[in-house]
Ligand binder design. Sequence first.
Ligand code: A3P
Ligand code: MG
Ligand code: MG
Length: 375
Amino acid sequence: MKRNLNSIKETFTINQQQHYVKKNINYQFPLEISHFSYDENRVVSVNDRSGLKYFYEPEKNSDLNSGFPDLFIKREPKLEHLDSLIKCLFEVNTNLKKVNKSVYAPNFCTWRGIIRSLMVTPYFPKDSWELNIISFDNTIFMEENETLERKAASYGETEKEVKMSYYGYKFENIATISKPPSDLKKNDQELTDRNSEAVNTNVQYCSVWKSSLGTNSMILGGEVDCLYSENLVEHNHQKHYAELKTNKVFQHSWQRKSFERYKLLKVWAQSYLAGVPTVIIGFRSDEGILKFVKTYKTVEIPSMVNSWNPHVCLGFLDSILNFIKTNLEDVNDATQIYKLKYDSLQPHAIKLEGPIAAENNLCFLPQYFVNEVSQ
Ligand code: A3P
Ligand code: MG
Ligand code: MG
């Protein structure tokens, strides 16, 4: 049957986990190509590391409730699409063109969080997701299908959920400082201020990197929480990046198992994708008192657990990226949106459909970018 060109309705069938263990699937070590920071008002600056902090051991028994809820500044729920990532890529490519070098033209361009959601799907069958996809100029751009309502609720709906989310951000504040630890003076004011200043989720530092998995090249962007070393070799910040998380202290062995099965899988995937070598977890009591901090090496995490296999994640990711690329290879249109949907009620199928009606006005690539590339 002749298919209307560009009209797609395809299903990817999810097999058993072991099916995805493939030989020779290699995730190339991610290489940072640029970075950017958002300030307190969510203004973005490319090539700016002002949002990148240094880890500095927090005080034991710090109260993660402190400042809640009055000093919790949550960023406005706004659909940000891939704007900062594309701005960054655009600037990098503009500079490459100026010196007659070839520009980055990856098969995929998206946030790291999207790739992480895809790769952990075999282990999180209850987590549904839906992506918007544009195939344009030989690159597949993917974003989460967000709504303002969902964004507004992303800190949790009940007061308890919002507080749990606050704990995570508060830990980021009390475990970091803005200058290298070697520059700290005795009784430095910064050590007092970091405990009492507002938790502002507008502020973020993001790295942008290139990598590839199998035959698929990608440019990804993602938040990095801090640096874990003061012996910085200029141009090699990436080697010292660290991811901060919080978790409840284990009181029962099932809590440890659940931590390994769910949280460590997600934090491993997130850090591995970005080439972040260190994960630092602040363990807290039920009441939000910080008890101790534990550091993990990202490369060692898979061998510490037996409830998941990183090769399943990478093999699955390879299969789903190939599925997307194969089906969209004839599409080159910045105005056509395709949907990739995983619905936990149908846990064996991922559906790719589209294009969706243009009146939905979901085109999420910035116009300046489309114009430049179309020239
Ligand atoms: P924890 O991961 O320690 O729980 P990130 O680790 O990605 O840098 O995020 C920092 C903190 O923001 C998280 O800390 C968590 O508290 C909060 N957070 C991030 N994403 C969230 C989400 N989808 N829902 C609720 N809180 C979230
Ligand atoms: Mg963070
Ligand atoms: Mg973090």
